[in-house]
Design a protein around this ligand. Structure first.
Ligand code: FES
Length: 104
């Protein structure tokens, strides 16, 4: 039993390959990223010093924090390099018609 729900977060056309956008889903700032032929959703918050990730670089399924340079796996949220040691939060994403939906 889960109390999570899918919310329409963005239009598919607003997130072309290589792009990222910030959306608010259920009161949470979520970063949608299109990389590696997939759409990922992560919390727009670095686990290191709690800065936002929206200005970070995405490539090959990871995002780098613009503040101190930690990289995170967009699928698992796991840190790839220091200074971060804790994962970032990730969310389940699905595409329904023209919309990207995020489960929160
Ligand atoms: S705030 Fe992201 S690596 Fe320091």
């Amino acid at each position: 039993m889960t109390d999570k729900t899918f919310f329409a977060a963005a239009r598919l056309e607003d997130l072309p390959p290589g792009a990222k956008i910030v959306v608010e889903v259920g009161g949470i700032s979520v970063l949608l990223c299109n990389t590696n032929d997939r759409i990922f959703a992560v919390r727009n918050l670095c686990s290191h010093a709690y800065e936002t990730l929206e200005c970070g670089r995405i490539r090959n399924g990871w995002i780098s924090c613009p503040v101190h340079g930690a990289r995170f796996d967009l699928e698992t949220g796991a840190p790839i390099n220091p200074p971060a040691t804790m994962p970032i939060e990730t969310y389940v994403v699905r595409v329904v018609g023209d919309f990207i939906e995020v489960e929160v």
